[in-house]
Design a binder for this molecule. Structure first.
Ligand code: CA
Length: 220
C-alpha cells in the first residue's frame, strides 16, 4: 500500500515515514502543497496523510482540488490542536479522518489502517480470503491457522491482492503498490517474487489471468 505523506516539518514527516514502513506500508514523503498536488495527480496512492499548514499551497486547497478532480483516495488530515475550524473545513472538504498535533505515530498508523479498511469494506484489522488471514496490526499471515513467514515485499504483495480480492490486479498496478517508487524493477522480478509468494501461501491462492494480471478469489 502506497501512502503519500505531506508534512513540511521534516522531523515529523520522517517519523511518520518510519512508522508506516515498520507497519508494512510504502510511504512517499513530500514537504509542500504543490509537490503534494503534483504527486497525487501523477501516482496511484492508497491513502494520503495531509498536513493542513503547508508552504506553497495549503493542505485544505490540495484536498479541495483532489475532491473536485473526483479523486476518492482516503485522506487523513493533520492540524494544530487549536485549529478546530480548520479541521471542520477539512472534513467538509472530504477528509476521511483527522489527527490533531501533537500525536503518537502509533495512533496515526491505526487511524490510517482503519480508513484503508473502510475503503475496502473490511471492518476489522484482519483481512481474509478463503482460509488465508492477514492480521494487519501484527503483520501476521496464516493459512488454515498455520502461520506463514513472509518478507516485507511478499507481505505487501499478499496484502494488496487480498485487499482487492475478487478483482484482477494488473501487473503494473501490483508493481506500483509493492515497490517503493525509486525501486520499481522489471516485470520479471515481479514474477519471481510472485513465485516465491505462491510457494509460501500455496499455489492455488493467487491465480494468473494471462495477459491481464493476478487475482485472489474469495471462494475456492
Ligand atoms: Ca505544517
Amino acid at each position: 500500500m502506497r501512502i503519500l505523506v505531506v508534512e513540511d516539518e521534516k522531523k515529523i514527516a520522517s517519523s511518520i515515514g518510519r512508522a508506516l514502513k515498520d507497519s508494512g506500508y510504502l510511504p512517499d514523503l513530500v514537504h509542500d502543497g504543490e509537490e503534494a498536488w503534483f504527486r497525487a495527480g501523477t501516482e496511484d496512492y492508497d491513502a494520503i496523510v495531509l498536513d493542513l499548514g503547508l508552504p506553497k499551497l495549503d493542505g485544505l486547497t490540495v484536498l479541495k482540488r483532489l475532491r473536485e478532480a473526483g479523486t476518492q483516495v482516503p485522506v487523513l488530515i493533520l492540524s494544530a490542536r487549536s485549529a478546530w475550524r480548520e479541521r471542520v473545513a477539512g472534513i467538509d472538504a472530504g477528509a476521511d479522518d483527522y489527527l490533531a498535533k501533537p500525536f503518537y505515530v502509533e495512533e496515526l498508523v491505526a487511524r490510517l489502517s482503519a480508513i484503508l479498511r473502510r475503503g475496502s469494506g473490511a471492518a476489522t484489522p484482519v483481512l481474509s480470503a478463503r482460509d488465508l488471514k492477514i492480521d494487519t496490526r501484527r503483520m501476521l499471515v496464516t493459512r488454515a491457522e498455520k502461520p506463514i513467514t513472509l518478507t516485507s515485499l511478499e507481505y505487501r504483495m499478499m496484502r494488496y491482492l487480498v485487499t482487492n480480492k475478487g478483482r484482477i490486479v494488473p501487473q503494473t498496478e501490483l508493481q506500483d503498490h509493492v515497490y517503493a517508487s525509486e525501486a520499481v524493477p522489471d516485470s520479471n522480478a515481479l514474477e519471481v517474487l510472485m513465485n516465491r509468494l505462491r510457494k509460501k501461501v500455496g499455489s492455488d491462492m493467487v491465480v494468473t489471468r494471462r495477459g491481464l494480471g493476478y487475482i485472489v478469489e474469495d471462494v475456492a
